[in-house]
Design a protein around this ligand. Structure first.
Ligand SMILES: Nc1ncnc2c1ncn2[C@@H]1O[C@H](COP(=O)(O)OP(=O)(O)O)[C@@H](O)[C@H]1O
Ligand SMILES: N[C@@H](CCC(=O)OP(=O)(O)O)C(=O)O
Length: 375
C-alpha cells in the first residue's frame, strides 16, 4: 500500500483553505472556485467522509467589501473587517453546500476554547454531534474577540487543532502554491516540490519560508508546524494547490499531488500514547466485575452502571483510574462528568442520567476513545 492510499481510506478530514485562494488574491470571494471545492466535498460526503472546513478569508473579504485596498495595521480595524467578511464567507459556504442538500454550521473558536479542558470537551461534543448529523462545520478563528495573546495567529494552526479535536484522519491544506517546495517558489524559479516526507523531518525547516502572501498570515512555516501538530494525533497532512483542477477528488483517487506529510505513528497509537503519558490521575472509579471484564476485552466505553465507588475530586475532562474490586488498575481515561455528578449516577442506568442530574454530557462515564486499557 502506498502512503497515498491513506487519502482514499480516510473517514474524517479537515480541509483548510487560505485567504489568497478564497478571495482571488483579495478581489473578493471567488464564488466559482468555492463552488467547485464544494462540489468535490459533497462527493466526499456522499462517499461517507465526515468533513470539517477551516475557512480563512474573513479579513480579506471584509477589506474587499469595505473597499480597503491595504491590510490595516490596527487590531480593531482588522477585527471590524473580519466581522464584515465573515458574513460573506458563511453565506457563500452555506449557499454552495445547499445546492447539494448539505447543511453547514458556523464555528468560531479562540485559543482559550481549546486550551480550557471543559470548553475543549464541549467544543468537541458539538463538532462530533454536527458530524454525526451529516453537517459540514465551517470553522474560523473568532477574530472579533481575540486579542494578540490568545490568537492562533493563523488558520493553519487552527486547522491542525481542529484535526486533533475531531480526531481526523487527515488535514488537507489548500494554498496558492502546488505544495511545499525545497525553497520559496515565489523567489526561486528552480524550486522543486517535496512529494512525501515524515512531518517530523528536520530538513523541512530550512525549506519552509515564514513569509506569507499579501493576504495570508502563515506562509509555509505555519503549515509545516500545523502538519507536526496534526501528526501528534496520528493525522497526515497534505499541502496542495487549491487551484489544481478537481484537487480534492484527485487526491482521493491517490494522485500524487502536493506534499504529503506523514505522522510517525497511527491515530490510535498516538492517542493511546498521549493518554498513557498522562500519569497523574485525579480520582478513581471502582468498577464491578462485569465492567472490568468488558473493559479488558477492549473497544468498550465505561457506563455509570458498572461503577460501584468513586474517590477524589475531579472535574469533567480530567484523567481518572478505573480499578477492579481487588484494587488492580483496569484502565484510565478522561471522565465525562465531574466527581459530584459521577457519584450521583454511579451504579445507575444511563437512561436515568437526565432525571438524576438535569443534564447529560454523554451516556458513558468514560468514552472508549478517551480510555487506555492497562497492560
Ligand atoms: N518552501 C516553500 N514552498 C512553498 N511556498 C513557500 C515556501 N516558503 C514560503 N512559501 C510561501 O508561502 C506562501 C503560502 O502561504 P500563505 O500566503 O500564508 O498562504 P495561505 O493563505 O494559503 O495560508 C506561498 O505563496 C509562498 O510564497
Ligand atoms: N481568521 C483570519 C485567517 C487569517 C489566516 O490565517 O489566513 P491564511 O494564512 O490565509 O489562512 C481570516 O479569516 O481572515
Amino acid at each position: 500500500m502506498t502512503e497515498r492510499a491513506q487519502l482514499q481510506q480516510a473517514r474524517r478530514l479537515v480541509v483548510k483553505i487560505g485567504s489568497a485562494l478564497l478571495t482571488n488574491d483579495g478581489e473578493g470571494l471567488d464564488v466559482p472556485a468555492l463552488g467547485r471545492w464544494v462540489d468535490q466535498m459533497a462527493a466526499l460526503v456522499a462517499a461517507g467522509v465526515e468533513l470539517v472546513v477551516v475557512s480563512s478569508g474573513a479579513v480579506a473579504e471584509g477589506m474587499s467589501r469595505l473597499g480597503w485596498t491595504r491590510r490595516p495595521q490596527q487590531a480593531h480595524e482588522l477585527q471590524a473587517a473580519a466581522a464584515v467578511g465573515q458574513m460573506g464567507l458563511v453565506q457563500t459556504w452555506e449557499a454552495q453546500f445547499k445546492r447539494h442538500g448539505i447543511h453547514t454550521a458556523q464555528i468560531l473558536l479562540t485559543h482559550d476554547d481549546l486550551s480550557d479542558r471543559k470548553r475543549y470537551l464541549n467544543g468537541r461534543s458539538t463538532l462530533r454531534a454536527l458530524l454525526e448529523l451529516g453537517v459540514v462545520p465551517i470553522v474560523n478563528e473568532n477574530d472579533t474577540v481575540v486579542t494578540d495573546e490568545i490568537r492562533f495567529g493563523d488558520n493553519d494552526t487552527l486547522g491542525a487543532l481542529v484535526a486533533n479535536v475531531v480526531e481526523a484522519d487527515g488535514l488537507i491544506i489548500l494554498t496558492d502554491q502546488l505544495g511545499l517546495f525545497d525553497k520559496d517558489p515565489r523567489k526561486h524559479s528552480d524550486a522543486t516540490l517535496v512529494n512525501e516526507c515524515f512531518a517530523s523531518n528536520r530538513n523541512l525547516d530550512a525549506m519552509a519560508g515564514s513569509s506569507a502572501g499579501a493576504l495570508g498570515r502563515g506562509g509555509m512555516q505555519t503549515k509545516l508546524r500545523a502538519a507536526r501538530l496534526a501528526a501528534r494525533s496520528g493525522a497526515f497532512t497534505v499541502i496542495v494547490g487549491g487551484r489544481i483542477d478537481n484537487v480534492l477528488s484527485r487526491l482521493r483517487e491517490r494522485e500524487a499531488l502536493g506534499t504529503l506529510l506523514l505522522p510517525e505513528q497511527g491515530r490510535v497509537a498516538a492517542r493511546k500514547q498521549w493518554l498513557a503519558s498522562h500519569l497523574q490521575t485525579r480520582g478513581t472509579l471502582v468498577i464491578d466485575d462485569g465492567a472490568a471484564r468488558v473493559l479488558r476485552q477492549g473497544g468498550r466505553s465505561l457506563l455509570p452502571v458498572g461503577v460501584t465507588r468513586i474517590s477524589g475530586e475531579f472535574r469533567r475532562g480530567e484523567m481518572v483510574a478505573c480499578l477492579d474490586e481487588q484494587g488492580n488498575e483496569v484502565a484510565r481515561g478522561l471522565v465525562n462528568y465531574d466527581a459530584a455528578a459521577a457519584r450521583l449516577i454511579a451504579g445507575q442506568s444511563s437512561e436515568r442520567i437526565m432525571e438524576l442530574l438535569g443534564f447529560m454530557t454523554g451516556e458513558e462515564l468514560i468514552h472508549r476513545d478517551n480510555m487506555v486499557i492497562a497492560s
